[in-house]
Design a binder for this molecule. Sequence first.
Ligand code: FCB
Length: 463
Amino acid sequence: MANDASALSPGVNSDPFSPPADSALWRKNFLLGAATASYQIEGAINEDGRLPSIWDTFSATPGKVLAGDTGEVACDHYHRWESDFDLLSGLNFEAYRLSIAWPRVMDEAGRPNQKGLDFYKRLLGRLKEKGLKTFVTLYHWDLPQHLEDRGGWLNRDTAYRFADYADLMSRELAGQVDAWATLNEPWCSAYLGYGNGHHAPGLANDRFATQAMHHLLLGHGLAVPILRANDPASMKGIVANIGRGTANSESAEDRRAAHLFEVQHNAWILDPLLKGAYPEDLFELWPGTKPLVLEGDLKTIAAPIDFLGINYYFRTNVKSDGAHGFTEVPLPDVERTQMGWEVYPDGLRDLLIGFKQTYANLPPIYITENGMASDDEVIDGRVEDPQRISFLKRHLAAVDSAIKAGVDIRGYFVWSLMDNFEWAFGYERRFGVVHVDYETQKRTVKHSAELIAKFLAERKERN
Ligand code: FCB
């Protein structure tokens, strides 16, 4: 394991993780971790009683995922978790964010699947032995297919099934989890899953998207008090992806378009959670798409949370579409990643500061995902990923400046611990700080991870 200075390539003197002395990143209580998600790394889709998920179905459908890739094997983490955790702790990470595969732990009748539960108990037990903080997401998109067959998130009943699942998991895993997140990125589940069909289950209708979102958020709101009752010592929260929208010109129409972009990406989720109401502007953007909301739902959704997880990746430059909405105008000559996403750290800072102004009750924040894909290769046993190093450095600096501006941010998780199944983009897009050779399942620590490890070792010594 390369985790000390002597392991750095000769001639590489860039140490990007040596933030200024007054940076919050040096603080012992600012948590630094790595994140993954079940479907993206586990594989073993037919083992120990796991049921099919919507991502098994979707990825098996021709044309849905780049190169026809599926999560059937992924990083084979189901069998390699012990050595993966040695890698994780060898890199000096202090926290690990993982998700539980719902179809592994419950059968169709809602009965527990002991083998699936035991898998996660072993995982969390080992993380605790290693002294890592555990951040557990209940739903990172792998809905059991049998629930989708009954309408999935378009069916209100799925919210109640989710609450049952949260109940089971928090009874079984109480004491092993530091922070529970109910959902990962409901925007992606609702919009990409039911609004434009780019993700499982692949439906495309704006009205479906708003209804699916409502049931996702309802599931969250129903789960929070259950998690609280079953596992009082842990934190409870939710993870939202946020998007920065900027206007292509100073015209009122384009500025309005940028505003609507952020309503659609951020306020659609954060307003019901933190204000107990959907933003009216959303339905200007998508006329006639108001979801069916029953009395009391918004109060349930706005249940107090202990933290808000924020995932940030890029900004989108937009102009008015001449009607109700916005269209993207990609900026020329800007730095982009393998995903084509613009590298724009200021967006993270600006959004965080904006949220503090908008939401009086903004809970403490953890950046639960941030990172980038690059076309990394192993050359002579090493992986150089200079763009990622620079990306992480600049985004950590953006987080530090938001903290200095008064936003309560308590930690940062890099996406991702290792290269993995990047949803509709399959295995081509590499987000890991550890490289995975999918033919051999060999892991190779990338240069970025070496530098993170070195910084974390230094920080430990100083504190
Ligand atoms: C986020 C997802 C995560 C990963 C990154 C790149 O939207 O939560 O699983 O795929 O994007």
